[in-house]
Design a protein around this ligand. Structure first.
Ligand SMILES: [Zn+2]
Length: 268
């Protein structure tokens, strides 16, 4: 009884939020043209993505730095791309954080790395985004804005960082998100491990790969990079990582190769 009351209250609250944050038709259309990988063949999926985008805008706080202006177009661009991976999983998966920080240019992080002899090397790493447990999620706007052009390379910074958020929902960033009922952790890990090792070898051999070579740095990066490609360049991703594609399809509850309109897939 209480559960039913809670559900009823929550859906009434979400309906009110979706109305309050309704996205104007022209802005939504422009967003879909700019980021074609957001388009869905099924009108019900398309409507759900738009509703989740509104709810995302309602629940999260955007903070623009360095003189960058917070516009509706910027917020909707980010919210829609962040909502895509949780179209079936539900927005509650992002409840662990509230804030997003958006930068006008790449952020340089000072890193340290100890080599095999224990010698510590310092270096600068330019970041296009970063996700931390408990938030905030950091994103670099020019990379987000270019997501339509960079899709054929399988590159998408918003999906990358939100894959990390999903991965960290069970505590550890290890390439294993909280799997839905019916999915086996063992099967996930063995596919991820096998494909990761093969990918590392291909990157070391300087082969041309569908996935961003950055995925060869750690299993959790491999999961994030594979998720980007799964959503924005699914045909190539499936051709090179068939078993992993299956696992991601079961996890996300989506099949981008069939969910995307044919004209979007053919445009590659
Ligand atoms: Zn990453």
């Amino acid at each position: 009884m209480l559960e039913r009351l809670w559900r009823g209250w929550r859906s009434a609250r979400d309906d009110a939020a979706a109305r309050r944050r309704a996205i104007p038709d022209d802005l939504w259309k422009r967003t879909l043209v700019r980021y074609p990988f957001l388009q869905r063949r099924d009108p019900a999926d398309a409507a759900e993505l738009r509703r989740l985008t509104s709810l995302f805008l309602d629940r999260k706080e955007f903070d623009c730095t360095g003189g960058l202006k917070l516009t509706n177009a910027l917020a909707v661009s980010i919210a829609a791309q962040a909502a895509l991976p949780v179209l079936r999983l539900g927005l509650d998966r992002y409840d662990g954080f509230v804030g997003l920080v958006i930068h006008p240019e790449p952020v340089v992080a000072r890193r340290e790395h100890a080599d095999d002899d224990g010698v510590v090397h310092e270096y600068d790493e330019p970041l296009a985004g970063e996700a931390m447990e408990g938030g905030p999620v950091m994103l670099v706007w020019p990379d987000v804005r270019r997501a339509g052009q960079s899709a054929p390379q399988g590159y998408n910074v918003v999906i990358h960082e939100f894959a990390h958020v999903l991965d960290m929902a069970d505590g550890l960033p290890d390439g294993v998100p909280l799997l839905p009922p019916g999915m086996e952790r063992q099967a996930w890990c063995s596919v991820l491990e096998r494909e990761y090792e093969r990918f590392v070898q291909r990157v070391e051999a300087d082969e041309d790969t569908a996935l961003d070579p950055y995925g060869a740095t750690a299993p959790e990066e491999f999961f994030a990079v594979a998720s980007e490609s799964f959503f924005v360049d699914p045909l190539r991703m499936r051709a090179e990582h068939g078993a992993l594609y299956e696992q991601l399809r079961n996890y996300y509850g989506q099949d981008p190769v069939t969910d995307l309109p044919a004209k979007v897939l053919e445009a590659r």
